[in-house]
Design a protein around this ligand. Structure first.
Ligand code: HEM
Length: 192
């Protein structure tokens, strides 16, 4: 996992909780990196899982809730850090359909060793988008948080539902984004 994810995570813990909590979760984890993260470095994703587990223990907030909250925070940070990805995009549906074929492709150019997931997106109707997450890593909650962060950024009133694709749930997680009835064009043009 790229260091930018770690630096953003620890900054979120510090600003939403405290520097003491950052130090505590690092001290309680067994981190080969020694928690010396640089944005361009690459670290075993188990380090992130450990930090989140320690944070859950310290705050009594469930791990999936923490990871989803981090995903939302991370999306807001991406808006600031990578403004070019947002330049010509006017809706959450448009942005999310770009993640696999454009955004993560560009991310790989910036960070050639990035470990990225795959997304299949399908517009089921004008107001319904299906998005299937597949990864060798267990970050569906992060994906959900990023999706929710994206919806919040574009100001959409849409709902995000989640159901696994295969019975094991390990290789694919399906998200369904729907605009509620009576909210015309909530999937499009919400930011222009
Ligand atoms: C400006 C937008 C985005 C940027 C710059 C970006 C960039 C990145 C970067 C740098 C990583 C870390 C790769 C690594 O650790 O090696 C990553 C991972 C990831 N991204 Fe994105 N991303 C963006 C949008 C999204 C969105 C909207 C989603 C969800 C729909 C998403 C889903 C994920 C997930 C779930 C991972 C964790 C790795 C995995 O699950 O295998 N990203 N992304």
């Amino acid at each position: 996992m790229k260091g930018i994810v770690y630096t953003e995570f620890l900054e979120m813990v510090e600003s939403n909780f405290s520097l003491d909590l950052v130090e505590q979760i690092i001290d309680c984890s067994d981190l080969p990196s020694g928690a010396i993260y640089t944005t361009v470095g690459t670290y075993d994703y188990h380090e992130l899982l450990q930090l989140v587990a320690q944070m859950s223990e310290a705050t009594n907030i469930a791990v999936p809730d923490l990871v989803r909250a981090f995903g939302q925070h991370l999306f807001a940070r991406f808006v600031i850090l990578f403004p070019d990805f947002f330049a010509e995009v006017s809706s959450a549906f448009e942005f999310l359909q770009n993640v696999d074929k454009y955004i993560h492709v560009e991310v790989r150019k910036l960070y050639p060793d990035a470990e990225l997931p795959h997304f299949e997106t399908r517009l089921l109707s004008r107001d319904t988008l299906e998005m299937i997450y597949r990864s060798e890593r267990p970050f569906a909650d992060l994906a959900e948080g990023l999706i929710r962060g994206c919806v919040a950024h574009f100001g959409g009133a849409m709902t995000v539902d989640r159901a696994t694709v295969d019975p094991t749930g390990k290789k694919g997680v399906r998200f369904l984004l729907s605009c509620p009835a009576g909210v015309p064009q909530c999937s499009t043009y919400s930011r222009r």
